[in-house]
Design a binder for this molecule. Sequence first.
Ligand code: PFF
Length: 448
Amino acid sequence: MSSSPSERGEWSSKTGFILAAAGSAIGLGNIWRFPYTAGENGGAAFLFLYLLCILFIGLPVMIAELSIGRHTRKDPVGAFDAIRPGSAWRLVGFIGVFTGLCILAYYCVIAGVTVGYIAKTLSGNTTSFTDYTASPMVTIPLLLLFIVITVLVVQGGVRNGIERWAKILMPVLFVLMIVLIIRSVTLEGASRGLSFYLKPDFSKITGKTFLAALGQAFFSLSLGMGAMITYGSYLSKRDNIVTSGILVSFFDTLIAVMAGLIIFPALFFAGKNPDAGPGLVFEVLPVIFAKLPGGALIGASFFLLLSVAALTSTISLLEVVTAYLVDEKHILRRKAVWIVAAIAFIFGLPSAMSMGAVEWLGELPLVGMSFFGFMDWLFGNVMLAVGAVFISIFFGWIWKRAKSTAEIEQGCPNYGAWAPVILFLLRFFCPIAIAIVLFFKFRELIAG
Ligand code: PFF
């Protein structure tokens, strides 16, 4: 027996939902992953493609996920099953849940490092990112700490846990980022960073840039694995799915763009390389903190708030897997969260040891990336795109048009006028565009 909607809980208010969904979307993806991915892929040209991917692919998929979730009031597996009972579509939900578990595992590694940076910055420890993460005595306890904190919040349930935290702390992060932008763009030589980031050189666009931009769009918006199906399942029928989706995407994109405005001017000021990879933000931010009065304190507060942003994302990852165990396997919520946490910790160990602690994990045979990099590539990129193809097809072709339109019209009475556009994007544009990108991804993999 599945729980009834009232037992599942609902967001207490519209703003509560938007902040929680924005909390899921805004995280390390915006502030840690976006700048180094943009840096590796030509800066402004990448930013341009990224914005296109958000608008034409991310936003429609977000609307699809939220409406499937609210209509069925189920976890991702149950949601597909409710609309197409007994079909293989539930497998798509299942793959999403598994992807969530794997992302949770490696995401908590870097989130743990962020927590470690609070203390590191406060104590004035200047060890480099590479040396810092090479120690398993640092990365493993921090991984464990972050998973345990996530569990404690999720145990509180939808309203008390997720919503309360998101409401208070996201706005604080926003204000601190504005301060950091002002400091960064007024550094000497900032204009070179700004032009790298904002003046596109379209000759830099290659197939790889496209892959990176699309993958980053899904990762950043928390799409392709059912997180927004799960969050949509707690939405009330009065809420407007379209404007909620637009607002969440807007805030998410805004924070990523702002992170770029902090990082790139400072990076050029410090004479560092934009394609430094995953350590980029951790190496560049201290440069800005050092230029501010009370820099250690500001730096520590920033890493604290970044940890909270990461937490509102890990909460949503844990919530997807937990909702599956609660709804489909009828495991008590309290027990389910600890089961998921234990598996995520075990799955996270090789990633935690792949940043310098164990040599072969740092450079996996055959794939030529670190274990951490491989997890991010496979689950944070490829599997989200695969999930998004199926979600688009499901919404566009399997779910009856009249039903999806009726669902979205509740709370958004003029959706009818937009329905043809959204349907066109989800039926044709999204699946074809994502499939082409995936095809090139695999060709690239096979080639080398
Ligand atoms: N969107 C999060 C970020 O940008 O940090 C990461 C994430 C959370 C991805 C939840 C996927 C997900 F379901």
